[in-house]
Design a protein around this ligand. Structure first.
Ligand code: GLC
Length: 739
């Protein structure tokens, strides 16, 4: 080891800053860097008590447990999510937390994903908008948000080693897109790299990702921290753009030695220290005195109410307690709520009201409420028998079903979409009584409903609703609140219909994203596959009409889309109007339509709203694999508006202007590509004269064959065309454009 001279000490001192001081704190450097506290999680503060173990899950300081991302996403309400974020930021400040480790925002590639409760959608647009709102809210309080896990972390199986293998177009359009939106729009002060590899490169050491894409292309100026224990090579990670290893692995000397040995330029270390310093400048350092727990609980309840998705209703909901004598509440989840997911995001709530208590509080003075667990630890048959007895003498049965904690969590994926068999047995026994039945689900990941949903009067997807979920559910069931959630993930008829069915979760260290762009509704809608409930679906207690769609091109290649939404029912309610960009050409290599904008409007009966959204030119772009760029090809596009991906109410065609990019020609460009080129086309016509026309007349199928031939191949056709000619032609065609 080189003798420590003053400048060498500064290298060691700076290297020390590039990993945490402990599991939850950064290092302090006297006079330049204060010690910062980091804490989970995305839907509540999980601040470890002093001396907590590396996991310490379930033993943190009590905090408001807001609805996890699966529910917040289902609100489709960015303004509300921003307020949840601000409340999280307030609570973080009150607990002395400077960096909050959320939102989780990976795409739900498969409904089997164990951590889907912690993520927002199968679609990158709604993911990007909701996550941006969350980041805005958290950082509005002077707390750093940390969007995670960057990137392509879409499964829990083998998450610390597996390589997600995918093409660049799928990567850009599906798995990086939401992160790009958040970085560009919400400007997070931190970001967490993922455990997994991407096409063989560890995300925490991929300079093309952490520097090339994230910093050079998107302009990210925050810090990148590792997921906990994700760093495999300290020097490679710091060189790639990872600033902070968490938790520390005691290997800072590897950084210092690499700088001393010249294996790592000192400028990389200095850049990291500068970014850590900027983070410390951005966050509010002082702890606040506290927060209003009641106010935060009210926000949690509002968010939970707007998260609830009414999937099916024959008119039984909302229940009228004045016209019901006895309501049977069945299912252990009514009394012992499942309100959040397992793993690092788990919060100790400040309070928790089971749905059963909330229902009793809502209607006890108007109708009798009975209860039977129906399933649980002890003997199944007796529990079912007791539940049936309770239901037989009731006017309606509210059956609370869902996934138990052990069925889904961070750290492992599911292998099927089914509800537990005991619950299915219970439901069958209850529906056989003939008493009108409402099923309420508590689940983080999608469950299959197709075998039984038509035998119930109503089906309510409650996801995981946080500590206020019981009150929210009672509000919606009895009409105090109205359901306004929409699915951000398709509910398929069966697992084998899912696009990743044959490749999730992979094996032997690799998972191949063979479905490409066709994730979620992009697959089901393009392949016209029947689903149980489509992306964007959700019923309300009223109805809506869509009128007067207008689309106009705007400067810069985008379009302004405007239309009217009208409440045509008897009750106030919220509609989530969705705008999809579709194709009316027969291209099979692209999804039939893609969500590009949405707006949630709350309307009284008879009221209408004129909605306007401007789609930027990027809304019409696709990633061009040949030229590694976003490309807007001019031509017709469909603009569709409606209440789900399968409920398109209005649509019109618009002629989108291309972005003017013209592919460079090369000797290997095909005849078809030469013909389509603004300069090369004329050169080709001069070169080949009537050759093409002759071929077309004699045998049109020959023309199709000729069009696919690279021009260079014609040099061996004895038509006097040499390789040099072709090279000069390409240089001329490309050069002309540069003038
Ligand atoms: C976990 C999670 C990450 C969390 C971190 C700290 O492994 O993947 O989301 O923030 O470790 O608990």
């Amino acid at each position: 080891m080189t003798e420590n001279t003053p400048e060498m000490d500064s290298v060691a001192d700076r290297a020390r800053l590039t990993s945490g001081a402990d599991t939850w704190h950064t290092e302090e450097a006297a006079g330049t860097l204060p010690r910062l506290m980091l804490s989970d999680g995305p839907h509540g503060i999980r601040q470890q008590r002093e001396g907590g173990d590396a996991l310490g899950i379930g033993d943190s300081v009590p905090a408001t447990c807001f609805p996890p991302a699966v529910a917040l996403g289902s609100t489709w309400n960015c303004e509300l999510v921003q307020r949840v974020g601000a409340a999280l930021g307030e609570e973080a400040r009150a607990q002395g937390v400077h960096v909050l480790l959320g939102p989780g925002m990976n795409i739900k590639r498969s409904p089997l994903g164990g951590r889907n409760f912690e993520y927002i959608s199968e679609d990158p647009h709604v993911t990007g908008e909701i996550a941006s709102a969350m980041v805005d809210g958290i950082q509005s309080q002077g707390v750093a948000a940390t969007p995670k896990h960057f990137a392509v972390n879409n499964q829990e199986s083998d998450r610390m080693r597996v390589s997600a293998d995918l093409d660049e177009q799928t990567l850009r359009e599906i798995y990086l897109n939401a992160f790009e939106t958040v970085v560009r729009d919400a400007r997070p002060w931190a970001l967490m790299s993922a455990y997994n590899r991407i096409n063989g490169d560890f995300a925490s050491a991929a300079d093309w990702l952490l520097t090339g894409v994230l910093r050079r292309e998107w302009g990210f100026d925050g810090i990148v921290m590792s997921d906990w224990g994700a760093v495999a090579d300290r020097v490679a990670s710091l060189h790639a753009g990872l600033d902070l290893e968490m938790p520390p692995s005691g290997t800072d000397d590897q950084i210092a030695d690499a700088v001393r040995d010249g294996a790592l330029e000192e400028s990389f270390l200095d850049a990291t220290v500068e970014r850590l310093r900027l983070l410390a400048e951005r966050v509010a350092l002082e702890r606040t005195q506290g927060y209003d727990a009641d106010a935060h609980h009210a926000i949690a309840r509002e968010a939970a109410t707007e998260s609830i998705v009414l999937l099916r209703n024959d008119g039984i909901l909302p229940l009228d307690a004045d016209r019901l004598e006895r309501i049977a509440v069945i299912g252990e989840f009514a009394a012992v709520p499942r309100f959040q997911g397992g793993g690092s995001s788990r919060v100790v709530p400040t309070r928790l009201t089971p749905a059963l208590d909330a229902i009793r509080a809502t209607i006890a003075d108007r109708a009798e409420v009975t209860y039977a667990p129906g399933f649980g630890a002890e003997g199944e048959d007796s529990l079912i028998a007791a539940a049936v007895e309770t239901v037989r003498v009731a006017d309606v049965a509210l059956v609370f079903l869902g996934l138990p904690d052990h069925a889904e969590s961070e750290g492992f994926d599911r292998t099927d979409l089914d509800l537990p068999f005991a619950q299915l047995r219970l439901l069958q026994a209850v529906t056989e009584t003939g008493v009108p039945t409402v099923v309420v689900l508590s689940n983080g990941g999608v469950v299959s409903v197709s075998d039984w949903h038509q035998s119930v009067a109503a089906l309510v997807e409650g996801w995981l609703l946080g500590q206020a979920g019981g009150e929210a559910m009672a509000d919606v069931l009895f009409g105090t609140g109205a359901p306004s959630g929409r699915l951000t993930e398709t509910i398929p008829l069966q697992l084998s219909d899912t696009p990743s069915y044959r490749t999730f979760p992979g094996g032997a260290g690799h998972v191949r994203y063979g479905e490409g762009l066709f994730v979620g509704y992009r697959h089901y809608d393009s392949a016209d596959v029947e689903v149980a409930y489509p992306f964007g679906h959700g019923l309300t207690y009223t109805s809506f009409a869509y009128e007067d769609l207008e689309v106009a091109r705007v400067e810069g290649g985008g379009c302004r889309v405007s239309f009217t939404v009208r409440n045509t029912g008897e009750r106030a309610g919220s509609e989530v109007a969705q705008v999809y960009v579709g194709r009316d050409d027969a291209r099979k290599d692209r999804p039939i339509h893609e969500l590009r904008a949405f707006v949630k409007v709350h309307l009284k009966p008879g009221e209408s709203a004129r909605v306007e959204r401007v789609l930027p030119s990027r809304a019409f772009a696709e990633w061009d694999l040949s030229h590694d760029r976003w490309n807007v090809t001019g031509g017709a596009r469909l603009i569709e508006v409606g209440g789900s991906s399968r409920d398109i109410r209005l649509s019109t065609s618009v002629d989108v202007e291309g972005d003017g990019f013209v592919n460079e020609l090369s000797p290997w460009s095909t005849i078809a590509e030469w013909r389509a080129h603004p300069v090369g086309g004329e050169m080709l016509t001069k070169l080949m004269g009537g050759f093409g026309a002759g071929v077309a007349d004699r045998a049109p199928e020959l023309l199709q064959m000729v069009l696919q031939i690279p021009l260079i191949k014609l040099t061996s056709w004895g038509i006097g065309l040499t390789v040099e000619n072709v090279e000069v032609m390409a240089a001329t065609a490309n050069g002309d454009r540069s003038e």
